[in-house]
Design a protein around this ligand. Structure first.
Ligand code: ATP
Ligand code: MG
Length: 462
């Protein structure tokens, strides 16, 4: 069992002695007679708990508390205060003290207060461990050596201190916006609550509102008889991630604005005012200021969503990140596909550094994944990557033997059979690239494994 350490700071020797006697049986106790002495010690050793007299001569208890917040933010501080000075103790709590006890001290009062504080400390530590575990499981590390990646990491740390401030993430497709949103969620205390991701672009416009805010029974034809909770409600106590927020309809924008202003909303067809607390993170790869100019996005909503804003530069603007990312993905997919690569061949590295990454990190990730699939192992070569040595245009398999699409004839065509041959072509291609492995093939098409199997079966592809 760990023995917690407690520092007692009081100029009165009688109090120091009685506290030490009361606590040293169960804890590691040290006593200090002045603020200066304990500050000097805090620069070296950090206690779990500090019992701190307010009325110290010289540096007083409030000064010591403020220094301690910087020196040992995790240490809990319980103020010791004279009866007539309780209001100072209350302001000390505003400055970050955990609790206060009033003189004259009773032994029971002290033991209770110390036990309560240390229980809190233990819980906090447990929560931290749990949070680290969730982070590792849910958020991959940000790879990169550019200043951008350093700023992004710092930004996430800052934003995660709040649980409600809305965050807007801007950047081209594939730059890592969703990754940042996840990291903010799991770094903040909201990680205990749900992370609900809504892709505003993937839903038909007239459904977004009812999906977001829910609906009452009979709200529209086709509505479920029971009514439905919306995503906003599902995200209670956690994070609501609105991806592709630039695609919201004007009606949904108006409702979202109202919700952001006071946390209140109505279900579609509902009259009851609902209230939910959640953090809204939104992202878009659209030029949102241009949308505002064209009257497609409300500027008041833009300001509400973007109380804190982050713009992630494209990969082309931070080329220092390319090789570290490529190596990271090489190891990752090598492990996934059970192939070992020693590294990336010099010509391939040069081409990657030169390449025009219009799809940003996602394109790089896909390219490496494909390279690992088709590569023979050892070094990853230009040929595995399927890009030209100038690093400009990819020469992908598809372009070498392109599928043929029949033109529409005057008497019309059989659309479903064209569609079938199109599906068949890609499923076969993916299977070939994946060496017959269905899971990998489905992944190449960004298709759910079950969907893939279903289609493969229906098209009778061997
Ligand atoms: N710095 C990074 N380190 C490691 N992986 C990254 C990094 N940046 C992006 N990725 C990975 O690249 C892929 C694309 O990132 P993400 O989905 O977050 O992009 P996005 O900005 O949301 O794109 P879109 O606008 O198309 O939705 C993901 O697999 C993500 O994990
Ligand atoms: Mg995204």
């Amino acid at each position: 069992m760990i023995r917690y350490s407690i520092y007692i700071v009081d100029d009165d020797p009688a109090i120091r002695d009685s506290l030490t006697t009361a606590l040293e049986g169960s804890y590691e106790v040290r006593a200090f007679s002045s603020g200066e002495d304990v500050i000097e010690e805090l620069a070296r050793n950090l206690p779990d708990l500090m019992l701190l007299d307010i009325g110290l001569p010289g540096k007083n208890g409030i000064d010591v508390l403020q220094d301690a917040r910087d020196l040992c933010p995790e240490t809990l501080v319980v103020m010791i205060t004279a009866h007539e000075d309780v209001s100072t103790a209350v302001s000390a709590m505003r400055l970050g003290a955990y609790d206060y006890i009033v003189k004259p001290l009773s032994l029971e009062g002290i033991e209770l207060s110390v036990r309560k504080a240390l229980d809190t400390l233990r819980l906090r530590k447990e929560v931290n461990i749990l949070q680290e575990k969730h982070l590792i499981e849910n958020v991959p590390f940000f790879i990169g050596e550019s200043d951008v990646i350093r700023d992004v990491t710092e930004f996430i740390g800052l934003v995660a201190k709040s649980t409600t401030t809305p965050v807007l993430i801007l950047g081209e497709t594939g730059t890592g916006k969703e990754l940042i949103a996840r990291a903010i969620h799991f770094r903040s205390t909201n990680f205990i609550g749900p992370l609900v991701t809504v892709n505003c672009a993937a839903l038909p416009k007239d459904l977004i509102e009812s999906e977001l805010f829910g609906y009452e029974k009979g709200a529209f034809s086709g509505a479920k008889a029971s009514g439905k909770r919306g995503w906003v409600q599902e995200a209670e106590g956690g994070t609501l991630f609105l991806d592709e927020v630039g695609d919201l309809s004007p009606e949904a924008q108006a409702k979202l604005l109202r919700f952001l202003e006071d946390g209140e909303f109505y279900r579609l067809g509902g009259t009851e005012k609902l209230h939910v607390q959640t953090r809204v993170i939104s992202a878009t790869n659209k030029d949102i200021e241009d949308l505002i100019r064209r009257g497609l996005f409300r500027d008041d909503l833009y300001y509400r969503l973007g109380v804190v804003k982050m713009l992630i530069p494209s990969l082309n603007e931070r080329r220092d990140d390319i090789l570290p990312l490529a190596k990271h993905f090489l190891v990752k997919f090598g492990r996934d596909f059970g192939k070992e690569f020693s590294g990336i061949a010099p010509k391939a590295s040069a081409a990657l550094k030169d390449y025009d990454w219009r799809g940003n990190v996602r394109e790089l990730k896909n390219l490496i994944e494909r390279g690992v699939l088709v590569g023979k192992g050892k070094e990853l070569t230009l040929q595995d990557l399927g890009i030209g040595s100038s690093g400009k245009e990819p020469i992908l398999e598809q372009e070498r033997h392109e599928p043929w699409f029949p033109p529409i004839l005057p008497e019309g065509i059989d659309f479903s059979s064209v569609q079938e041959s199109f599906e068949k072509y890609y499923i076969e291609q993916a299977l070939t690239l994946a060496g017959g492995n269905e899971t990998r093939a489905a992944k190449l098409l960004n298709m759910n494994h079950h969907t893939f199997r279903y289609r493969r079966k229906r098209l009778r592809i061997q």
